[in-house]
Design a protein around this ligand. Structure first.
Ligand SMILES: Cc1cc2nc3c(=O)[nH]c(=O)nc-3n(C[C@H](O)[C@H](O)[C@H](O)COP(=O)(O)O)c2cc1C
Length: 293
């Protein structure tokens, strides 16, 4: 079996790498560990061209993304280990995820791979929304989340000086290939996806920030619970939903063609407004033309 660790940190032998390796050591099942340091990979921005949804289903960007995708497809399970930067998972994870439209054509193979995630923060309590970033990343990758946790440690190596963190690694390792745990006895979680971050839309209505399902918060005997109702056509709680979303996205091409003239006229109405701060290497170029051709 092959376990793929996606690491967010640029630091060699930093806390993310050590946590991923410690989780791997503690996985009871025999496996080979493969590692990707996302921060050092050439992952260019999505150009929103939708090419990956049609024809050959490949992205025109020639960079390391396709190699990571290949490793993902081959893996039997995933470990995501990412440092907290500025209260969130660091940007290398987002850079990778922003190419996520390319994953849709591969969901038949990607769907349901067991995965665990760990965010490493330097200051206790200062993880911000990093855990949400990881939970959401696993869902967007079509993985089956088996657990995600936040641990603390600042200096490289410090994370493993703490017995509690070693126990967290062991817990995630045991969970990876174990049967999925039900959330029914954890009413403070989203009952559709297990997420634990909600946005309050008013004093009662909520939305799960991991799977976007709407719901309501209730307080009974001083305890909070969330009644969540995922929409029937939810697009990443099931493989069927992901397939439906792929078709919806593919339909955007025709929608664009149907409204092309009208859209172009709206965009061009804003062409000459404001003064641009140009990136250094572009400062000699003329005003960019709008991408509505
Ligand atoms: C740019 C930067 C921003 C950081 N922001 C946070 C933060 O918001 N909250 C926090 O608890 N730690 C923060 N840290 C500390 C790292 O999360 C911590 O050192 C972690 O162990 C790094 O993991 P690594 O060794 O795998 O890189 C930050 C570190 C850097 C370099």
């Amino acid at each position: 079996m092959e376990v793929l660790a996606l690491l967010g940190s640029p630091r060699r032998l930093g806390n993310s790498e050590l946590m991923a390796k410690e989780i791997s050591r503690q996985i009871p099942e025999l496996h080979r560990l493969r590692l990707v340091r996302l921060a050092e990979m050439d992952i260019r921005p999505c150009r929103a061209c939708y090419t990956c949804m049609f024809d050959e289903h490949t992205c025109p960007q020639k960079d390391d993304f396709s190699r990571i995708l290949e490793a993902l497809l081959k893996a039997d399970a995933l470990i995501l280990a990412v440092p907290v930067y500025m209260l969130a998972a660091n940007a290398s994870l987002k850079r990778f995820l922003d190419r996520g439209l390319s994953l849709y054509s591969h969901f038949e193979q990607l769907w349901g791979k067991p995965a665990v995630a760990v965010a490493i923060a330097g200051i206790p309590g200062m993880e911000g929304y990093a855990k949400l970033c990881l939970d959401s990343a696993l869902r967007l990758m079509g993985a089956q989340p088996k657990g995600s946790e936040v641990v603390y440690g600042a200096l490289p190596g410090e994370v493993l000086m703490n017995q509690e963190n070693l126990e967290t690694a062991a817990r995630l390792a045991r969970a990876l290939f174990a049967p999925a745990v039900s959330w029914q006895n954890q009413p403070w979680r989203c009952q559709a996806c297990g997420g634990d971050t909600f946005r309050f839309l008013d004093s009662e209505k909520v939305r799960c920030m991991t799977c976007s399902s709407p719901g309501k918060a209730h307080i009974t005997d001083g305890r909070i619970s969330f009644a969540v109702e995922p929409p029937e056509d939810h697009f990443f709680l099931s493989l069927e939903g992901a397939r439906r979303h792929l078709h919806w996205l593919q339909g955007m091409k025709q929608r664009f063609l149907d409204h092309k003239k009208e859209l172009k006229s709206i965009c061009l109405g804003y062409l000459h407004e404001g003064e641009w701060l140009e990136p250094r290497e572009k400062s000699n170029r003329s005003t960019p033309s709008p991408d509505v051709s």
